[in-house]
Design a protein around this ligand. Sequence first.
Ligand SMILES: [Zn+2]
Length: 392
Amino acid sequence: MAASGRKQFQGASSEVVRDINRRIVLNLIRTRHPISRADLARVSGLQRSTVSLIVEQLIEERWVLEGPTGRLPRGRRPTFLRLNDERVIIAVDIRPTQTTVALADANGKFISQEIIATASDPKVTIEGLIQSILRLIKSSRHKMIEGVGISLPGRYDHKVDRLVFAPNLRWSEIDIRNPIVQATGLDVEVENAANACVLAAVWFDHMEECRNLVVVTVSEGIGTGVWANGQLVRGLNGMAGEFGHVPLDPNGPPCGCGGHGCWEVFASNRAALRHYFEYSSESSDLTFLDLLSRAENGDKRAAKALETMAHYLGRGMRMIVAGLAPERIILVGELTRAWHRFGSIIEGEVADQVLPGGCVPCLIPAYEDGMARLRGTVALIMQKDFGASVTS
Ligand SMILES: [Zn+2]
């Protein structure tokens, strides 16, 4: 079907131009829907006839749906176009204690969600994940599944399909992708959690006009995802962005990476809890969210622990600002729920060390409630069809 649709374009222009035009139209429908053919032509600058041909092809391929009909002055009634929400993506977020498996449509709307335990043995988790994905496939028979996007708290080398670094997950080097491809028959893409958050910002929050941004994820550890010159930076072996494991104090506490005094042992959620217990003899299995609510309820030690964490976050970010000069730094994590305790301290620490000629980037808390990683995995799968090429 797609092949015969494409034939209509032959002779009109080269294949490359045709593909570029198709991506332009598809992306405009994605970001501006509902949109009429006339508006697509106006916004894209393409000929009305070219737009119509591309739209017919996209409808034939079931990427795009028509309707509803709009009303304009002078009696014209354009038909609006939108992405087909029967095209779905399976989004997976693996975290040290739990793994979320969700179903999202092409517009990034989540339809269902299941949580399974993350086992210390990666093979057990992968098997549980496969079973969960197979259940989703069974219950989505009438939908078109585009693929499985997986976010991981670690670095994944795409060239050799191996998890190469995951100190908070403590998994050995393992191929996560191929066992899932073989068991499900679906296209599977794996990405670092902070990189997934970069894709979510660029794809769904329309930050693509910002050519230099960094995402800092703060949870059990600290991850960073780097978007430089309009491209995701993966580096050799997929290891780029490990600012969390640069030592701020080589005599500091031990870190999961084997080093001492890394940024994350001073500024992660786990670090805040350690700061808290340093100020008291109490010991318990308090969580970071408990700490936030204790601070809100007037516990001065809790407030002090969070303040210490905020200072260290800002000091560590100086490395990012000096090294990459981003326009924006997006913070992802539970700390954004108490941004009044963090924002100004972090900004003050960064501003204290800005180099002559440098700027303090805009600090943006991502009020995402745990969804940024999942949204990023949706973008990871979708971008292949839309040709945004952000991960090439
Ligand atoms: Zn470390």
